[in-house]
Design a protein around this ligand. Sequence first.
Ligand code: SAM
Length: 443
Amino acid sequence: MQQTTDGPGTTQKTASSTAMPPEPGSGKGRSHGTSSSEPFDRWFRYPAGFASDYVALLLQQLGLKQGSLIVDPFAGTAVTGTSARRLGHSFIGIEAHPAIAELASIKLQKPPGEPNLLVETGRLLVEKVSAAPLVYAADNLPDLVRRCFTSEVLSTLISLRETICASGSPWSTYLKWGLLSTLRDVASVRVGWPYQNPNMQRKPRHSDPLLRFVRRLEWMAEDIRKWDWTTSGQSHAVVAGDSTLRSSWQSIAPASAAGCVSSPPYLNNFDYADATRLELYFWGEVKTWAEMCSTVRAGMVTATTQQSSVVAARSAEDFLAKHKKVADEIKALVANLRDQRLLRPRGKEYDRVVPEYFASMSQVLANLSSALGANSSAVWLVGDSAPYGVYIDTPGIIGRLAREHGFSLEQDVKLRKRGQRWSGNSARHNVELSERLIVLRRE
Ligand SMILES: C[S@@+](CC[C@H](N)C(=O)[O-])C[C@H]1O[C@@H](n2cnc3c(N)ncnc32)[C@H](O)[C@@H]1O
């Protein structure tokens, strides 16, 4: 069945192509992020992650030959990548968040040796730290890191970090992620996703950082052991880069990809750099918010008001004016959002975010269109939004933009409601929001 939406929430059905399956009732859906128990997903819980059982179902539905190339322009923690590998396909993903791209890469690349060596190396480092914990200078640490842990736990975590960095071990990136994923387990304040709140105390989920670190390494080793790295024959990789740029797609030959399962950042949803602030600050990858903006956030799609700029929004409006199928719709949204902003004393600039966001989506769709072979499908999961109560049909607009890049919109299906988390907030709009699945076919 081919399904297209005739406005938010209504689904029309016409002839052809198989309908995508509904999400399994595993409770591991998008509202929960990646699973804390699935192999590879449990290495680090990413709030924006896919449920791997659903990705596997979607990939199977594409009816691909074994060894096909799957691409994901918003690869995140590579759930599409590990699912594609499990089904015998090759995979190339692109991810703008450098730390998340690093995590995705170690899940996909051949490990440097027998996985038990990872656990053995971790245990040796733990013994070292237990015998002689380092004295650290708390003053040099960002405030957020200092406030998330008791001083004893923080001292152990920092000793472990320094010992990993000095080890020169071929497993050091795995050890790093073992430690980074331990942080939220042993924090004594609220560090839920997406915001870390050091003002709210809580009982740590695990009291001993060293034991928890080793446990996490054991999981990684178990997962690595499950996969036959020598005979898989396909290639799997994540490029750290911005998928709006052609240069990030260089390793994908034109028309070589057979499918895409992806999920772009949602408009007016959360900021991935901010959501991972604790890990980035702890590892010293960024030291200040300014550094975060100039490095981690630089290649990301503008999806929040904190990321937008006047100049970028203007050039995005010019760019979109060339896209006739959506130009009027975007202009009307911008005007409406500008009016809403001016009604408020310190109104947020959603009117700048909207053109920037869709200009980026258009660039990604153009790159994806070149990468996909004729007749192949791209499945995107994406939510709509309603800043200041102004409804933005993000999945629908992406579908209409895609037509300008050689795609037809084959299905647009509502998966579930979203935004319930804030339903008790009386200051919030009451527009019903949902998460949708769109299927684009490369013509
Ligand atoms: C909804 S999440 C996708 C998560 C992924 N499906 C997973 O299972 O982990 C969107 C991802 O897009 C990334 N992103 C944002 N802008 C990007 C860009 N211009 N190029 C590549 N990735 C980008 C974000 O950092 C985030 O990880």
